[in-house]
Design a binder for this molecule. Structure first.
Ligand code: GLU
Length: 717
């Protein structure tokens, strides 16, 4: 242990090469200095990662699973990802009699695997730069709203043309506001089934106490399988379907993983904010994350309270509650990171430097002007910020209101030609929208929903004048006491049918007239909110148009000033991050090692949730040191490890591969000090947390006796 601080320092000093910062796109990977990557530890050729001409390579095994990342790990469609990524499927199939959230799940044969009704996998196929076409489409726009519409139209055309090929699912991704537009061609698999998940006490060991923390001891892994029709086409769930045989899959590494080793993170990071102006970052810190902590904090408290004494309630709210808790703590970490890292000032200084550089160069004058104009429009948006925040969060809140709004939008949008609809309501998306409307019934718990709505309405009633939501004011006048408010809300639930599955399914096919004729109180509320909501959506679109016009000009100046490749902000597209296994020093006089072990799992055991190690794990752990999965250097089973990966939300489940392209772990988190790296990379604390694949293998073998599954993963005795 004494040698640790030195090791930490050495690793930090030795490997802090340029490419370690950045979530690189597949085409950028091919532009990076191959010699430097080799020096870092990449053993395979960059072209083995991705061959743009063939649309294949190791990266084609890195897939997206319902917003998380994952990888194919067998020729039989097996997929490795995080426990928390498939938690929704566990919740979907849990009942009081068979609580697989708590107990875990293992399909002993294929017929037992559990379909995730809304679980989808996308496999990358091709990426095409369509920036010139997008820019041309917007060239004649007269204002930012028409600019938005011109871009939106072009995007839909490109996607439609791309999806004209059989079995393709396409998406147009915008990078840093429009510096680049890339058409993403993917194959979507719609029959995805849960094969294995450990008990919650392993998969979520440490719970919210340890979330976003190190040292960590969580077995955040699970396994799914993708199916296709007997003729090999993507298909809806059907018992006649057969396992999908991927073109590439990741082999599980048989080499020990050690401190200092080179690793790569392959996956789909969701959203980062590094290309924002300092003032926009201030909004994230002072408004967005601050209000998120307040609103989610309130919802969490009441969800926990109402489900406390009900087994059924606990299962119903489990997935929503977990997601709220995760984002709540993340928001706190972001704010904390701003303070520690002095991030706002750093961005201000960096911006000033670019400004001074650009100001003295004639060709960059438009960039200076673009920044100033972007700032002006941004300030204007703040005047309705509080109301817009509530609008944006309805979907994360009470199902009553979000169901009703979806039904009203569905009826309205369906009357338009497909290409003019809001994207979520286009024909190509309706199937999954309807499946979600149905699937969410399992997450509906009346008392929780009522309380969430009450909390939301109370917030709406406190909005400043000029930001009022008239429909809420009319239904819940400020003269009502809290008691009266609660009983009015009760009455809405009593008289509404949007929360009954069969009625809701019928409503999903009805016209606006038919929905109005129902006189359903939640539908009526949604209708009366619609005018304000439509105004809000239009303002959002106009702002998107503004961003697309101004941000790229400024970003190009920032990149020219940097004089080296700059990775774009995350946008849920496939990226690669190059890293090393390394510990770090979080604070004065403290140094963290990069590995935790099975002994550490036992050491943390209190017998009480979230540190209650199941007795069979305790028993097996005693024999663990004799296991074939033991690491000789640690003299123990490695459980979690740290690396310098540049990751964010969406990277959950990302395969961590070694220089040979073999699977060594699954990314699942970042350390507390690194949560705010969404705003800037700091090599001293940039650490992502992964579960060591050997812990998964050990668990499958020693706890679950899953020999057949191990054999499918290429592991035999
Ligand atoms: N644990 C994270 C999450 O659930 C994923 C990875 C990250 O954000 O670093 O959002």
């Amino acid at each position: 242990m004494l040698r640790l601080p030195l090791a930490v320092l050495l690793v930090a000093a030795f490997f802090s090469v340029a490419a370690e910062e950045g979530k690189w796109t597949p085409s950028q990977v091919l532009e990076l200095d191959a010699g430097e990557l080799r020096q870092m530890g990449l053993q395979i050729a960059p072209r083995d990662l991705w061959d743009p001409a063939k649309g294949s390579g190791l990266l084609s095994a890195a897939i997206n699973i319902s917003g998380c990342s994952a990888s194919f790990v067998s020729t039989t469609g097996l997929i490795a990802t995080n426990h928390h990524c498939l938690f929704g499927v566990l919740q979907e199939h849990s009942t009081r009699e068979r609580d697989i959230i708590s107990n875990g799940f293992l399909a002993r044969e294929r017929g037992q695997e559990l379909p995730g009704r809304t679980t989808r996998v996308t496999v990358p196929r091709a990426f095409a730069d369509v920036t010139a076409q997008m820019e041309a489409a917007a060239a004649n726009a007269t204002d930012d709203l028409s600019r938005y519409h011109a871009l939106d139209r072009k995007q839909k055309e490109l996607v439609a043309a791309c999806e004209a090929k059989p079995n393709r699912r396409c998406r147009l991704a915008r990078f840093d506001g429009g510096v680049q537009y890339i058409l993403q061609e993917m194959m979507e698999l719609r029959d995805v089934r849960l094969v294995y998940a450990p008990p919650r006490a392993i998969g979520e060991y440490g719970g919210e106490v340890d979330n976003w923390m190190w040292p960590r001891h969580t077995g955040d892994f699970s396994i799914a399988r993708a199916y296709v029709s007997p003729s090999g086409e993507p298909a809806d769930y059907n018992t006649a379907n057969v396992p999908y045989a991927p073109e590439r899959f990741l082999r599980i590494s048989q080499r020990p993983l050690r401190e200092g080793d080179f690793v790569m993170v392959l996956g789909y990071p969701g959203l980062t904010y590094r290309s924002l102006l300092a003032e926009e970052m201030r909004e994230r810190r002072d408004l967005f994350f601050a209000r998120r902590v307040e609103l989610f904090g309130e919802w969490i408290e009441l969800l926990e309270a109402v489900s406390k004494d009900s087994e059924e309630g606990r299962i119903a709210v489990a997935a929503d509650l977990k997601s709220l808790l995760n984002r709540y703590k993340n928001a706190q970490g972001q704010m904390d990171g701003f303070r520690r890292g002095d991030l706002l000032n750093k961005q201000l200084l960096a911006e000033r430097e670019v400004l001074a550089w650009a100001a003295s160069r004639a060709e960059w004058q438009p960039a200076v002007a673009a920044r100033a104009e972007l700032l002006r429009h941004f300030e204007e948006r703040l005047t309705t910020w509080e109301r817009d925040f509530l609008f944006a969060n309805i979907g994360a809140g009470p199902k009553s209101l979000s169901f009703a709004q979806t039904l009203v939008r569905l009826a309205t949008e369906r009357t338009k030609p497909d290409m003019e609809r809001d994207e979520a309501y286009m024909e190509r998306n309706l199937r999954s929208l309807l499946a979600t409307l149905e699937r969410q019934q399992k997450s509906y718990f009346p008392e929780a929903d009522k309380q969430m709505l009450l909390a939301l309405v109370e917030r709406a009633r406190k909005l400043p004048s000029g930001q009022r939501i008239e429909a809420i004011d009319a239904l819940f006048p400020t003269s009502l006491s809290r008691q009266e408010l609660a009983s009015r809300i009760d009455a809405l639930y009593r008289n509404s049918k949007v929360l009954e599955l069969e009625s809701r399914k019928a409503m999903a096919g009805e016209s606006t007239e038919a929905l109005r004729a129902r006189k359903d109180p939640f539908l009526d509320l949604a209708f009366s909110m619609e005018e304000r909501m439509a105004g809000y959506r239009e303002a959002e679109r106009r702002w998107e148009g503004t961003i697309s016009r101004l941000r790229p000009a400024w970003r190009k100046a920032v990149m020219a000033h940097a004089g080296k490749p700059v990775a774009p902000d995350a946008n849920s597209t496939l990226r690669v991050s190059f890293a090393h296994v390394a510990g770090y020093a979080p604070r004065d006089a403290v140094a963290y090692g990069p590995f935790t072990t099975l002994s550490g799992v036992v050491e943390k055991n209190t017998g009480k949730d979230p540190f209650a190690v199941p007795s069979r794990v305790l028993d097996a752990a005693k024999a663990g040191k004799g296991s074939r999965w033991k690491d000789a250097a640690l003299n123990d089973i490695a459980v979690n490890f740290l690396a310098t990966g540049d990751t964010t939300g969406g990277n959950s489940g990302s395969p961590m591969v070694n220089g040979y392209g073999e699977l060594v772990g699954l990314n699942f988190d970042r350390v507390w000090e690194n949560v705010a790296n969404d705003f800037g990379y700091n090599p001293a604390i940039a650490r992502n947390v992964s579960v060591d694949i050997r812990y998964m293998l050990w668990t499958l073998e020693a706890i679950d006796g899953a020999g057949e599954l191990l054999a499918e993963l290429g592991i035999t005795r």
